[in-house]
Design a binder for this molecule. Sequence first.
Ligand code: FEO
Length: 403
Amino acid sequence: MSIDTTLKEIKPGVFFVGSFDPDLRTFDIIMNTANGTSYNSYLVRGSEGDAIIDTVKEKTQDQFFAALEKVTDYDRIRYVVLNHLEPDHSGALPELLRRAPHAKVVVSAKAKAMVKALYNDDLPLETVKGGDKISLGDKTLEFLSTPFLHWPETMMTFMPEQKILFSCDVFGAHYCDERLFNDEVGDFSYAFKYYYDRIMRPYRSYIVSALDTLREVDFDFIAPSHGPMIRSDIAHFVDLYRLWSTPEKKDRMLINVFYVSSYGNTQKLAAQIWRGLSKYDKVLASMYDLEALDFERGIFLLEKSDAFLVGSPTINNDAVKPVWDFLAGMAYLESKGKKAGVFGSFGWSGEAIPMIQDRLKGLKIKMPLEEPFKIKLRPSKQELADALEYGKKFAQACLDGNG
Ligand code: FEO
């Protein structure tokens, strides 16, 4: 794909100087990028100097510098604002600072220690907090505190004169299209949702806080750091973020039982635990065999669960692969406040159960019952009755707010 290097003024005095990476097929290990991506960078030309908002990934920096040299001289650059330090946005910084001798790097206070760790160098830093402003003469940059979207140090930058919100990764999409604007590019709805799911969803309570902050900001243009810029139907995109980030209102506690079974023994326990949970009117319980549960659906169900139980047999001193694959989905959702329990049937030593418990504890998930439910091989009548009781105890502990 050839790269279009014509000048791209997105609003008077504000230029797109980002780079395109159309052939990228995996981003950050965790995302497929069927449409490639862009690393969006912007040059704000002020009457008293210029500012750059975010840079680009190092391997694409030649595009960035070529674009930059069309719109400014390095001597004019006073500020490089890094809304986010991840290398896809800060990769070109070292070379940029070599070329722009008067540039100061503007970051959030939380970013300061991270800059040092990333660059092992003393950079000309200026830290800002939410509400701080920098004047470029006829243009102003205002900083908005929007942490954990999706690193602790992230922030947004607003330019009131042109009503542009430089939103960092928020409202981004891995979707490479040189036509740039949401009303000119192809249909990027899939990429927009997928980006949210993989990058933003684990931080959705922070998204809600950021959206509340943005209620007070009069913007009519969103310039994210990946993918199309949003200049029409903005409310639609903002509303989608709010919808996806707002927890569902439920009149019952949702408790799901996920299991894998080799010989039907762990499945029998799962069914009894599910029956125990279902004794409570205030609980809506369901059970799923992980062997047949699609990964994305598993994440969806985990996200909806107020509490869940995981059952596994032990094979070769380990829990089985569908369980580990399923638990890997926890990386893509906000686990705060969820509760869990573990159960299973085993033949010899039953290592799977403590291993799953350790994994869940490592994710800071609360265990309302201290003891897991485990039995050796085929459950007896008494053990089946005990499993039902365990389900009831688990439900009661969750309803009581234990754990
Ligand atoms: Fe696009 Fe979090 O970097």
